[in-house]
Design a protein around this ligand. Structure first.
Ligand code: NAD
Ligand code: UDP
Ligand code: UDP
Length: 411
């Protein structure tokens, strides 16, 4: 009997043990499940958080974009003079997004005129005139002047043409078309709307000159089939066409023969001597003198040229006028000047001479002085220092590829 009671007691205990074990197991299970669940809910929080953060990032970038657009729309323009309807002119500048053209745009806009730029951006850049885009007095047309153009204007500055030797030699046929067909189109436009037209011609019409310094009466010494002919002959025939339209159609024409000009907004890859030497010196690269460097040039700062162009356009003088700085330097001297102004360790090295490179160039500017009361005001060294600063900024800008919303320096 005792034995039986003992067995029963043992069985109950076993059951009890089973119950205790099962409860313990279930408890542990629920604890584990609770842990897993709370972990799951934590990870849910995390992914929600990530989602929110990504939405915030999207919103921030949208706000930045809107700020950018608004900044462009509400951008501050340089101050322009108010001109009455009577004094305000509608002025077309072909090639107005280029180096010289963009400075001319600045000056005419600031004077209060309505300015239309046409450019095919072959060597020009929107950036040069970005600070006027959206202004009520300014319009930019992406147009190639080899194609006809029908607009209404009072004055035309015809600058469209590549100007640096590597650029115009890159596509000589296009250079010829631009200077011939393009100029015919501009003259046809001027004839239709009875606008006065100023042609940006060049000292290259004198070729490799036998008369020194060059006077406007000199007919020049140009190789008609050499590598520079597309430009030199193109500009010569452009001049011829201007005077043909003046004679036959009674058109008012002005012809500026521009000598080497430099300043901010020259293209970094332009290939002309000023930009090449400054960029080489700034980067401690060899300064490349083509030939022995005895050939000479005379360099004018761009703001002086702009003064001269506007004075010529508004003068009564219709014969060609030289616009340049008569201070003459050999290319080797010029290399030494740039090296000393920039500093650095660049060596001056000689490279093969360019074919048909004019050996001497210096303007006689007595006509500009007499008829326009014009002569350059900016000393070459002062202009070069400003240009060095410009290229220094351009180099650091291209390294950091920052966008610049401020108007570039007006010269
Ligand atoms: P640039 O190359 O900076 O500017 C020329 C502009 O004309 C560029 O914006 C280019 O895109 C545009 N253009 C070229 N072909 C065109 C076409 N078919 N249709 C529309 N646009 C076209 O040169 P720059 O130094 O400013 O020279 C401007 C003018 O002055 C040129 O006519 C040049 O021959 C003359 N010029 C300049 C110098 C000088 O030293 N800068 C010297 C003599 C003459
Ligand atoms: N042209 C132009 N815009 C005008 C007027 C004329 O581009 O507003 C072009 C026209 O296409 C023509 C050229 O200028 O090829 C010369 O015009 P012009 O009237 O002198 O010659 P025509 O049309 O009689 O050949
Ligand atoms: N030149 C040079 N090194 C250069 C670029 C040009 O020696 O890196 C010379 C060129 O041979 C010419 C003068 O500098 O004698 C002016 O050249 P640029 O191309 O500026 O204009 P150009 O007056 O010949 O049209």
């Amino acid at each position: 009997m005792n034995m039986l009671a003992y067995i029963l007691f043992f069985l109950r205990c076993k059951k009890l043990m089973q119950i205790i074990c099962t409860s313990l197991f279930l408890g542990a299970l629920s604890l584990v499940s609770y842990g897993t669940l709370s972990k799951a809910s934590n990870s849910l929080d995390l992914s929600e958080n990530l989602l929110v953060q990504s939405e915030i990032r999207k919103l921030k970038s949208r706000v930045n974009h809107l700020e950018y657009v608004t900044c462009l729309r509400k951008k501050k323009y340089p101050d322009v003079t108010f001109l009455t309807y009577k004094d305000r002119k509608r002025i077309l500048i072909t090639g107005g997004a280029g180096f010289v053209g963009s400075h001319l745009v600045d000056r005419l806009m600031i004077q209060g005129h309505e300015v239309t730029v046409i450019d095919n951006f072959f060597t020009g850049r929107k950036r040069n005139i970005e600070h006027w885009i959206g202004h009520e007095n300014f319009e930019l047309l992406h147009h190639d002047i080899v194609n006809p153009l029908y607009i209404e204007v009072d004055q035309i500055y015809h600058l469209a043409s590549p100007a640096s030797p590597p650029n115009y030699m890159y596509n000589p046929i296009k250079t010829i078309k631009t200077n011939t067909i393009g100029t015919i189109n501009v003259l046809g436009l001027a004839k239709r709307v009875r606008a006065r037209i100023l042609l940006a011609s060049t000292s290259e019409v004198y070729g490799d000159p036998e008369v020194h310094p060059q006077v406007e009466e000199y007919w020049g010494h140009v190789n008609p089939i050499g590598p520079r002919a597309c430009y030199d002959e193109g500009k010569r025939v452009a001049e011829t066409m201007c005077y043909a339209y003046a004679k036959q159609e009674n058109l008012e024409v002005r012809v500026s023969r521009i000598f080497n000009t430099f300043g901010p907004r020259m293209h970094m890859n332009d290939g002309r001597v000023v930009s090449n030497f400054i960029l080489q010196a700034l980067q401690n690269e060899p300064i490349t003198v083509y030939g022995d460097g005895t050939q000479t040039r005379s360099f004018q700062y761009v703001s002086d040229l702009v003064d001269g162009l506007i004075a010529l356009m508004n003068s009564n003088y219709s014969q060609p006028v030289n616009l340049g700085n008569p201070e003459e330097h050999s290319v080797m001297e010029f290399a030494k000047i740039i090296k000393s102004l920039v500093g650095g360790d660049s060596k001056i090295v000689n490279r093969p001479a360019m074919q048909d490179d004019p050996q001497r160039r210096r303007p006689n500017i007595s006509k500009a002085l007499k008829y326009l009361n014009w002569k350059p005001r900016i000393a070459m060294i002062a202009g070069i220092n400003r240009t060095i600063e410009y290229f220094r900024n351009e180099l650091s800008r291209s390294q950091h590829s920052q966008r610049n919303f401020h108007p570039p320096d007006l010269v």
